[in-house]
Write a protein that binds this ligand. Structure first.
Ligand SMILES: [Zn+2]
Length: 246
């Protein structure tokens, strides 16, 4: 069995910063994926195939026909099924060594502490304000990292929040909520880019690789064909993580 595992993960354990010790760290980890729409579908397969110990996906919704253009875990046969049911079935086929479970509900400020109790890292795959606020506050309070992602139109972004780094509120407090994909549309490959970057961030966190000093927002704009890494700062007056936080 050990030999089979070694063979399955050979291409990544040979990497700098990985090794068998890194693989063991992944195997001990629980990742909570909040939302299995475009971003959750684009990020969770990498985590399952990389061999995280346990992955839990949470989503209240069902698969709808307009989802099929970018939510790669689903097919026509899944239309009308709960997303978590279809996602768990698809993800379990990718790696029998990983425990994959699903919860069909909406994450909120009231339930996140219970849902995320055993998680080591949280990944944001939602496009709604309330669960993101809940994840940000929980991440700051618990010290657990949260990897946020956003995608709309031709553009996307990834922000990792962890102890010592700016929180989501520090970065986006003055930014009006972006339009929903259901209203503004989204190019399918944008969620692929964002989900892949989120998966890399989660792997880096689990492997203990260094985070960018001071925090950074990674962005892509496929309309202008640009990618950027913007430096972001903590705000002392941030109501969530700053000196004024209660
Ligand atoms: Zn903050």
């Amino acid at each position: 069995m050990a030999a089979v595992q070694d063979e399955r993960y050979a291409r990544q354990t040979q990497l700098e910063g990985f090794g068998k010790a890194g693989q063991e760290r992944l195997a001990q980890a629980l990742v909570l994926v909040v939302g299995v729409g475009g971003l959750g579908c684009a990020s969770s397969p990498w985590l399952v195939r990389a061999g995280v110990g346990r992955l839990v996906v949470v989503d209240p919704g069902v698969v709808d026909r307009p989802d099929l253009g970018r939510q790669l875990l689903y097919t026509d046969a899944d239309i009308g099924r709960p997303k978590v049911t279809a996602a768990v079935a698809a993800l379990r086929k990718m790696n029998p060594l990983v425990e994959v479970d699903g919860l069909q509900l909406a994450v909120s400020a009231e339930n996140i502490a219970v849902i995320a109790q055993r998680a080591d890292v949280l990944l944001d795959g939602t496009d709604a304000v309330a669960p993101r606020l809940a994840m940000n506050a929980y991440g700051v309070q618990s010290g657990k990292p949260v990897v946020f992602g956003g995608a709309v139109g031709w553009a996307g972004s990834v922000l990792t929040v962890a102890p010592g780094l700016p929180c989501r509120e520090c970065v986006f407090a003055d930014t009006p909520p972006s339009a929903l994909c259901s209203e503004a549309g989204v190019a399918g490959p944008v969620v692929g880019w964002v989900g892949a970057v989120q998966a890399v961030e989660v792997l880096r966190l689990l492997l203990g690789l260094p985070l960018p000093e001071g925090g950074s927002l990674q962005t892509v704009d496929f309309w202008h064909q640009t990618t950027r890494r913007l430096l972001v700062r903590r705000r002392v007056d941030c109501p969530v993580c700053g000196l004024g936080a209660v």
